[in-house]
Every structure is written in C-alpha cells, then in structure tokens.
Design a protein. Structure first.
Lengths: 542, 269
C-alpha cells in the first residue's frame, strides 16, 4: 500500500515536472468480457479479438458506423466488376506499418493469400469463399491491386471492412499494424494495453496526427456489476454495452454519462421447431407448420409491453429481419403485428382451433400447450417469457417456460432438436443482407426452424432461396434491395421467426471523453476511436 | 422449551398459516400482471407493492412461502430416508459393503452438485407445468442431498451394531430383520430427526441459490429464490426497501428452524 502511495506521489511529481514540455498522456479505459483468443486479425471469431482488430487493424475499406456508407481507408478508390467477381484497389501512398515497414501492393497480395489459405481456416476468409477455386491477387502497378474470385461474392467491397492488412516483409508479422493503435502489452486475465501507432497515416482537419489518444487500456472483466462499479469510481471511461436495468440505474445516478444510440441491429426472436425428424408429437408438428398458428402467436404477443416493461422503453418493436437502424435495407412497407385480439382469434379459428372453456383445443381435441426454452440467468428473457405467457393465456394457450443453461439450449436447437419453441437473442453485425444468407437459405445450418434442408420444404422457402441467390449475385444495389424487400415480406407473411424487439444500443461514457458520436452499429462508442480524446488536456502537435 | 423457542415456533406457525391461507389473504393471484402498475410502492391494493412485471408482491410472497416451506421439508424427508437406507444398511452389514458405500458417498460428495443439478435439469421433459417443475426441483434436491447424512447415519449405525445390547440381542438368536426393525432403527431416531431438521433450511437456501441462477422454480410460480433475484438491483432495493421483506422472512424462518433444531437436539440427547 505504502509502495503504491509512493509510486503515485512520484507519478504526480513526474507529471508536474513534465508540464510545459509535453502534453499529459491520455488513456482510454474500458473492459473486455474475456481474454482475446487471438491477435491474428485473420483468425478473429470472438468479440474481444474483434475489438483488438478494430482498434489496431488497417483496412482497405471501412464501413462508417454512423453514416452506414463505405469509405476508403488504405484504398483511395475501388471498383467492383465482373458481377462481383473482381475488385480493383488504388492504394494510398506513403503509408507505413507501426514498425516503419512501408505498405505496398505486395502486402495486399500477401494478406489475400493468407486469408484464403485453406490451411489457416480463417473465419474472415469464409465470407469470401463463394465457390471452389483459387483467388487471384496481383499488383497491377506500384499502388494498384486486383483481386479476382472464382465466383461472385455478395457485397464484395463491404467484406473488406473486416480484412486487416498484414505486412509481407516485416519481421514483427501480426504485430506490425496499420490501424490507429498497436499492441503494447498483454497480461492474460488482467489487461491488454494498446499504444498509439506513431506511423498512423490519418490526420485531422487541422493537419494534426491521429489518433489523439496515447493509449487504450482494455481491462479483462467478466462481471458486469464490477464493470459498472469501476465506471462509477472513475476507473473506466466507457461501457460499450449496457442492459436497460443498468442504464436506468446509472442514469439516475449519473444522468450525463449514459447514451442511448437508438435501435441496434440485434433481434430478440421466437421460432418454432419445424424439423422433420424432431422428437415431437405429430399434432404439435402440425401446429408449428401452420402459417396461421405462427402468425396468431406473433399477433398475440404485445410487443409494446415488451418494450415498455422489459426494456424500459430502450427498444423498438421489431417489424422483421431488418432493424430500423439499417437505413437502406429496411422494407419500410412492413408494419409490426397489430396485436389485436380479434385478428388472433380469426387466425386461430381459420387454422382449426376452437375455445373450450379456458383452454384452446385443436381440431383433434388436443389442448394447445407448448413449451418455450430460453437461456437461464438472462433476466430480460425470463421477463419477456412471463409477459408472453400471460399474453397467450388470453387465448387459452398454455405456455410452459423452461430455462436451460446455454450449452444445453444450443444442444437442443442445433443437434437433438428436442424443443418446441425457443426465445433467443441474435447478434447481427452486418448491414448487408448477404450477412443473413446463413439464416434464410434453406440448406444453411443456421436456418434455425428447420436447418440443413436438402431441398426447400415449402414453396415460400424455395422462393426465398431464389431471391437470396439473386440478391447476392447482383451488383445493382437497387435491384438487390427489391429482392430483399420481397424476402422481408415473405418472412413477415409466413412468420417462421417471430421478431419481437430490436434492443437499443445503450452505453455509458465518462464526461472526460470527448468527440463521442454514438452509432447504432458496433462498436457503438469507439467506432471513431482516432478522434476520441480523454480529459481536457490539449493534445500535442505531433 | 425456552421463550425464544416459543417465539420461533409462533413465527414459523404464522408464516406457515399465512402461506396456507394465501388464497384468502392475497387480493390477487400471484401470476396476474397489472401492466399499468409496474413497480409501484405499497398501497391499500398492493400491500407490498408490485414487482417489475406488475405482479402483487404480497401475493407472491405468500405463495412463494408456501412453495418453499412445504416442499423443503418434503425434500428433507426424502434425503433422510435415502440416507437412512443407504447409511443404515452400510453400517449394519459392515465389511466390504460398508467400504463400498463409504467410497460411494465420498465420491458423491466430491461431485460438483450444482453442475450435476444443471445436467439433470437439462434432461427434464419439455412440457413441465410450473407446479411439477417445482416438485421436480425439490425432488432433485432431496435425491442429491442424502450423501452427507448417510455418512453420519452409517457411523451411528456402526456404533449401535457394536453396542452391548445389540450384541446380546444377536447372541440370543433374534432374527436379523427383527434386530434391525425393533432394536436398531428406534435407536437411530435421534440422528435421523436431527438430519431431517438440518436439511430443511439447507434445501430452502439451495432453492434460493438455484433461483438466483434462474434455474429454480419456473415462471410464473413464485418462490423465495425467484423473489430474492430482485435484490440484484441494489439501487432499486434502496429506493424500495419493502423489497427486502422476502429476505427478512427467509432469515426469520431459517433462524426459527435453527432455534427449534436446538430444541430437538436437546430432546434427543
């Protein structure tokens, strides 16, 4: 303790001595839930590694999280051609990696070769694997590169937002980066320290070198309550994701530190088990395959109450697979289900259900009772289910709630298919509908209500397959939008998934952090990290 | 029985009586949601206010008390019976049987019971009504809680088997069955009763712990565990101190049980 006090005193004296010679060091501090699994940007799968990649990696094209438009970073220009098979980049000149190695077209070629190396098993590379065959990358000038794929790649340019460039020649390998920060120190289980990249190419409007921050300290902290406590003590500057309860708690204590960036891209959804060989009674399979039954359940859930009571107003009733946060791709003609009792009764009647006393019976006299599973410990889900339970009880439907630990839940919905309905959250990172291919295409593993169909089980699934293939194979954005609008309409009509709410992106930012422009897309608070400043200290001209 | 113990018995009696008369005392159902009255403070209509889903806290407390106070003794009884059979048989038979059971009990005690409970719960049938699920939860607690008492009962049985009066009874040619029922079991009664009483607060707290993890009693049925989960939001507790009533009741009941257990132990000596 004494030692720590002495060190602190020396640090203060040191700081005072340095005053006038250089600006004070500015450090941004926030938490990662778990240790990053990798520092190789091509192998990123988990959220912590993704954060490190975003803060350190230099990309050719960046999706501006605020405007939702693509912007050139290391590429000053790009052009997609040959129906999405080929992309040409014009590279920025005079850029250097953090270790001083110059950035050239060879680095792009090297990165693409590594990315598509089948032995590396890069999750990022998977999104570029449209068909078997080699990917050709070549320098066509000192600062021009062409990349050609064996088949069209959907939203090709946008995919490069996740491809951090590697150095072909640097001895430091992945440690040589082109992003605003470089890895400084890592203590497993404690923290990751990122230091300012002295060779970062970007400058602000006044010609000052970016980033403004000297370092970022990422504390490894799994416990959300401790994270909140440390934020309130001033030990952290940002909490990038808050749940509504924490948000309200913090807003009553520190009203100026909370931020609601509006609806995110994420979903809270319900879906029914429609798997052919699932261990379900035949009559229940018939219910779950009935479009009218699914729509009746969807109509019967009062989404406004979910928003008001469970999310405390920090969510939006969902209309379909695209959040209102996704400005371009949302089918604005869709409306959330009305929730009127008469329409629910009409749908149930049309599907052959009838009321008998307090219970609802199907045409064979079976009582309508089914279970819905969700992950244990998720208070939001448990409250949602309690509300849904009462909503459906109005129509004589008995809903049994079963909370399971997360691995058991995943086991049931993806392997044994021993479930009836499930409530779960989906994290959506991609604006482009191609990011949802693995959900809507009937042969996909994440086609949750009936995965891995050999041939589409229904006519409407076959139509979605065609529309998704057509949109991903087209370069014409307006045409793709038309195709995907139709997909959204089919999903709204058929209700294979019931979209309940899009939770808002909630965050907490200390008053000492400047230039924060919250966005609905991840990372909501630090997407413009090179412009963030901590404290009132003037940043020195570099 | 001391004055303190009489007071404890009275508190326990009132809690049990109130929970049994929940249908008359509570003005609304434990599951009815008054969605326009979310988290309201105590009033003439809602004596303990409403929870975050607009449900009457008083009604939930009464029904939750019923669940915890009636099912915990049932689970304790089950655990004690299993422990008596396994521990008693091991102590009575001795030899390799005793060694086998002792090793089995040690192995069972070394298992991470929480994960075991999670695994067993994951195997539950899908359409389990809340009432059945709560019974299964306590049944599981009972089935998993026998190992500790079994060890004590085995030791107690062993002591009895080697005692003079039992050796004499055995030497007089009495059958093993009669020896067990007429001479051994009545003398094990104090240990069995003590184990039964000790297990009750243990199971009440275990259910509360499971409830905190969201793995206790299913919605909308209340239990002390599910009501205690509300206390995670400490700022809400500071603003609405009446949320502490379930904790106070839990502590009071467990305290009363401990006091009564003291009586039982003295009686058994």
């Amino acid at each position: 303790m004494l030692r720590r006090l002495m060190l602190k005193r020396f640090a203060i004296i040191g700081g005072l001595c340095g005053l006038g010679l250089a600006s004070s060091a500015s450090e941004l501090r926030f938490c990662l839930r778990i240790d990053p699994k990798t520092f190789n940007p091509l192998l990123v799968e988990d959220e912590s590694s993704e954060t490190i990649r975003y803060l350190t990696g230099g990309v050719l094209i960046r999706l501006n999280r605020y405007t939702q438009e693509l912007e050139g970073e290391l590429a000053t220009k790009w052009k997609v051609s040959e129906n999405g098979r080929r992309i040409d980049f014009e590279l920025r000149r005079g850029v250097r990696f953090s270790d001083g190695t110059p950035f050239t077209c060879n680095d792009v070629v090297y990165t693409m070769r590594e990315l598509m190396d089948p032995n590396l098993h890069s999750p990022v590379g998977d999104s570029f694997r449209s068909a078997p065959g080699p990917v050709e990358s070549k320098c066509v000038g000192p600062s021009a590169v062409t990349v050609r794929f064996p088949a069209p790649v959907a939203a090709l340019a946008a995919q490069f937002d996740e491809v951090a460039m590697l150095s072909a020649h640097s001895a430091a390998k992945e440690s040589a980066v082109l992003g605003p920060f470089a890895l400084g120190e890592y203590k497993p289980g404690e923290y990751v320290l990122l230091r300012r990249n002295p060779n970062y190419w970007k400058r602000d409007a006044n010609g000052r070198a970016l980033p403004y921050l000297d370092s970022i300290r990422l504390e490894i902290q799994q416990n959300r309550e401790l994270e909140l406590l440390r934020f309130r003590r001033g030990e952290l500057d940002i909490i990038n994701k808050l749940d509504p309860e924490m948000y309200d708690r913090l807003s009553s204590e520190m009203p100026r530190s909370v931020l609601d960036a509006g609806p995110s891209l994420d979903w809270e959804i319900v879906f029914f088990n429609q798997v052919e060989n699932a261990p379900l009674p035949e009559y229940k399979r018939r219910w779950f395959r009935s479009q009218d039954f699914r729509r009746a359940i969807s109509e019967g859930i009062r989404r406004d109450d979910l928003v008001r009571i469970v999310y405390r107003g920090h969510a939006r009733a969902a209309v379909g697979p695209v959040s209102v946060a996704n400005h371009f791709w949302l089918n604005s003609a869709l409306q959330p289900p009305s929730g009127s009792e008469s329409s629910v009764r009409a749908l149930l009647e049309r599907a052959g259900f009838r009321r008998s006393g307090s219970a609802l019976l199907d045409r064979d006299g079976n009582r309508v009772e089914f279970s819905m599973i969700t992950n244990a410990g998720n208070k939001l889900h448990e409250r949602m289910l309690a509300l849904i339970q009462q909503d459906l009880a109005r129509f004589g439907i008995q809903l049994n709630v079963l909370t399971l630990d997360f691995p058991s839940l995943i086991e049931r919905i993806s392997r044994t298919f021993n479930y009836e309905a499930v409530l779960m959250a989906f994290t959506n990172l991609d604006l482009d509908p191609s990011g949802q291919m693995n959900i809507w295409v009937s042969s996909a593993a994440n086609h949750q209500w009936n995965p891995n169909e050999k041939t589409p089980a229904t006519a409407w699934e076959a139509e979605i397959d065609k529309l998704m293939a057509a949109q991903s194979g087209s370069e014409d954005r307006a045409r793709r939008k038309l195709y995907f609008d139709r997909v959204q309409q089919i999903v709204a009509d058929q209700a294979p998934m019931l979209f309940l709410v899009n939770p808002n992106a909630l965050a907490a930012v200390s008053g000492s952090v400047k230039n924060v422009t919250p966005a609905a897309l991840r990372p909501q608070i630090y997407w413009n990290v090179e412009h963030l400043q901590v404290g009132g200290a003037l940043v020195s001209a570099r | 029985m001391s004055l303190k113990q009489k007071i404890a018995l009275a508190i326990l009696g009132v809690a049990v009586a109130a929970s049994l008369g929940a249908g008359y005392l509570a003005q609304s159902s434990y599951s009815e949601q008054f969605r326009e009255a979310i988290s309201v403070p105590p009033s003439a209509r809602f004596w303990l206010g409403t929870d975050e889903l607009g449900r009457d806290r008083f009604a939930r407390l009464l029904y939750g008390t019923r669940v915890s106070l009636l099912l915990a003794p049932a689970a304790a009884l089950l655990a004690t019976i299993i422990a008596a059979v396994i521990g008693g048989a091991a102590g009575y038979l001795g030899g390799r049987w005793e060694r086998l059971v002792t090793a089995g009990v040690d192995l069972f005690l070394s298992l991470p019971w929480l994960f075991l409970l999670l695994a067993v719960r994951a195997l539950l049938p899908l359409n389990t009504s809340p009432v059945i699920s709560v019974i299964i939860t306590f049944l599981l607690l009972g089935c998993l809680g026998w190992a500790g008492p079994a060890r004590l009962i085995r030791a107690g049985t062993r002591t009895l088997v080697n005692s003079d009066f039992l050796v004499q009874a055995s030497a007089s040619g009495i059958s093993r069955w009669r020896l067990f029922w007429r001479h051994l079991l009545p003398n094990l009664r104090p240990i069995l009763l003590a184990q039964f009483w000790v297990s009750i607060p243990l199971f009440i707290l275990s259910e509360a712990n499971l409830g905190l993890l969201g793995l206790g009693v299913s919605e909308p049925l209340p239990s002390w565990g599910s009501m205690l989960r509300e206390l995670e939001n400490y700022s809400a507790v500071l603003q609405n101190p009446w949320m502490l009533v379930p904790v106070i009741l839990l502590v009071a009941v467990v305290g009363c049980l401990q006091l009564l257990l003291g009586t039982e132990e003295r009686l058994s000596c």
